[in-house]
Design a protein around this ligand. Sequence first.
Ligand SMILES: *Cc1c(COP(=O)(O)O)cnc(C)c1O
Length: 373
Amino acid sequence: MIYLDTAASYPLLPEVKSTLYRAFEQEFANSASSHLLGELINKKIDDVREKLADSIGAYSSEIIFTSGATESNNIAFKSMLLGGEISPEKKHIITTEIEHKCIFSICEYMKNQGYEITLIKPQKNGLICPNDIKKEIRPDTALVSVMHVNNELGTINPIGEIGDICVEKGVLFHSDAAQSYRKTEIDVDDMNVDIMSFSAHKIGGPKGIGAVYIRDLRHKMLLPVIHGAGQEQGIRGGTVAAPLIVGFGTAIEYFPKYYKNFEEMDYKGLLLKKLECERINFQVNGTEKVLPHCISLSLPEINVSVLLRENEQTICLAQGSACSSKEIEASHVLTSLGLTREQAQSTFRISFPLDLTNENIDTIVTAIKKAAY
Ligand SMILES: *Cc1c(COP(=O)(O)O)cnc(C)c1O
């Protein structure tokens, strides 16, 4: 099976797998316990906290472990805005039309809490224009939230430029970095980000673990996302998931090495060259500043549903993002780019695994060719 859906989830890295086995066997104590085993595990968790913090230019006291990027995004909106940190007069949020679905769901909740939401359209090339954000900032804007890398296009948004605008205007700035972390540089100070979301399973770590960065967390008043016994600075109750965190740490360490090797192979360039050779008409969606493992392809002369169906035993492909591909409606990201329903229907996302081969590319091109109308 050729797995082409790593933007939805990466397979575990081999190093992560062995870390997890060991951790589940040995790291069973509760990290809040004051005995030797508890303290040892607490130390391991703090080492990962430090490693994550170092990798984004933050302090470890600014990192909270969560169940994943969805929860981190919930904290960015609900805990930050409803906890008393931001003046209750400020009830305006700016985000974009191309965010992960969970952001829209959180925004629906915020609307019910009396917030007004402004959604920014991407440019034709898939990127969010910083000036479009600037124009919408008002005196009552509480939060700007723009994802770093888009999960359907692989496009890298100009987070640093948007951050500069938010600092200048004195508005909190959140970025969902689930797709970008460890694949491209992140520095929370250079980017002027106040809150950032991370997920382990997008970098070969286990599912069910992630983190949120919050600038100057110790001096902030946040609404707990889970009321509990004081874990994670009181914001996220529940016994800390030590084995998953240790596995996350191994992914943080090893993923970039694999990704760099993958990047050097330029499989995306190879795929496009072969499609050209075979005279297969295509259009790439999201054309500037795109990560090497992800591509959104429109193939007007290919019956994409036949392509997916005929190869379901050999190629694992998603038509849109994982969250929307089971629905019949067109991807919100593609329609936001101006694609018609028909164009969106002849589009799919390829996100490459780290162990891809040239033969795999040949198999994909052959399968595409066979599905021509
Ligand atoms: C996968 C993903 C999420 C959700 O992450 P979980 O850890 O599965 O909750 C959020 N945002 C983006 C951009 C993603 O790609």
